[in-house]
Design a protein around this ligand. Structure first.
Ligand SMILES: NC(=O)c1ccc[n+]([C@@H]2O[C@H](COP(=O)([O-])OP(=O)(O)OC[C@H]3O[C@@H](n4cnc5c(N)ncnc54)[C@H](OP(=O)(O)O)[C@@H]3O)[C@@H](O)[C@H]2O)c1
Length: 316
């Protein structure tokens, strides 16, 4: 064909479907449908917790207290465990007011092996079943690794990880016997991405995530659901001493009640892992994929007095 003829021809029309808008529309549509299904399932299961026996460790304050109140509001039997007896009694009264089927206060130091056994045994003696075990109790001790000392590291692993594993082991036979139950392990977004000076804490929480993942696979056909709850910064005693530093970085702080509501929805929907972190949650996913970039971002974000703040951060 000659160049003259080509010149006179109109440009061919582009009849192909524009792929990007199509993909965006499909993505938004799929997200919308999944939200609708989620809401419908939650509505259908409004009575899900009614009459269920729920053990909550670390129920005397913070996220554990918020969880206890959320279960109580839905008519569960709540078993409240922690060391502070007075605070537990107050939480029990609040649970009764909210509509709990019943409350049982079991003062427990989860660093003590016998106390862990007693917690499960006394619950069984009283209710003859355990529907949900929420391993929530935890501590944090901040500071640079070369300062914190072995005992501090061991204590965080003992309370945050080993006690949780042992309590799970103790409750599991009772759930297996009935072929149902939920084990909720409270880890942290720090188990996926840690700020500086919380290395032992992050190690304990990453351990929780790993333990729960293995257990979930082990129990796939058992009827028992294993969920990991990963809060990010939440407004409790755990962050009180370095709240100023968190605020200076513009990190969002969540109310414990919001964490509890997401956890209960996760149980109903049998989700494997529930993250409560907003923007930080998205950043954590990116940080996992791009660790060098994450380290660089931390260098930019870290306040100059971070070490001082984190040294003061001890809930034990
Ligand atoms: N707040 C956050 O920003 C955040 C973020 C991610 C994950 N988390 C995790 O969420 C969970 C709850 O933390 P929180 O923020 O609610 O902290 P919190 O307000 O300090 O509460 C900690 C709870 O753990 C209990 N506890 C500590 N040591 C215990 C022991 N030896 N035996 C029994 N109970 C013990 C405490 O009760 P007693 O002192 O009465 O024993 C208290 O009820 C923890 O696992 C924490 O690591 C918190």
């Amino acid at each position: 064909m000659s160049a003259e003829v080509e010149k006179g021809k109109p440009m061919p029309e582009n009849r192909g479907t524009p792929i990007l808008p199509f993909l965006i529309a499909a993505g938004v549509g799929a997200w919308g449908v999944s939200r609708l299904i989620r809401e419908a399932r939650l509505r259908q299961n409004q009575e899900y917790f009614h009459g269920k026996v729920v053990i909550i460790t670390g129920a005397s304050r913070g996220i554990g207290k918020a969880l206890a109140l959320a279960f109580a509001k839905r008519g569960a039997h709540v078993v409240l465990a922690a060391r502070s007896v007075g605070a537990l009694d107050q939480v029990a009264s609040a649970c009764d007011e909210r509509g709990a089927a019943s409350t049982l206060v079991l003062p427990t130091d989860i660093s003590d092996l016998e106390a862990r056994r007693a917690l499960i045994q006394k619950t069984m003696d009283h209710y003859h079943q355990i529907d949900i075990l929420v391993n929530n109790a935890g501590i944090v001790q901040g500071g640079p690794v070369n300062e914190v000392g072995y005992e501090s590291m061991a204590k965080q692993i003992e309370i945050n990880l080993l006690a949780l594993m042992h309590l799970t082991q103790l409750a599991l036979p009772h759930m297996l016997e009935r072929g149902r139950g939920h084990i909720v392990n409270v880890a942290s977004l720090a188990g996926h991405w840690s700020e500086a000076n919380f290395s032992a804490y992050a190690a304990s929480k990453r351990g929780v995530i790993g333990f729960a993942m293995g257990l979930r696979h082990e129990l796939l056909d058992s009827g028992i659901h294993v969920m990991t709850l990963n809060p990010s910064e939440t407004d409790t005693d755990q962050i009180t001493n370095y709240r100023e530093a968190i605020d200076s970085m513009g990190i969002e702080v969540h109310p414990p009640e919001a964490v509890a509501e997401k956890a209960l929805a996760g149980i109903v929907l049998r989700q494997p892992e529930v993250n409560v972190g907003g923007l930080l949650e998205k950043a954590t996913v990116l940080a996992g994929a791009f660790p060098r970039l994450a380290a660089l971002a931390w260098r930019v974000m870290e306040p100059s007095n971070w070490d001082e703040f984190t040294r003061q951060q001890r809930t034990e």
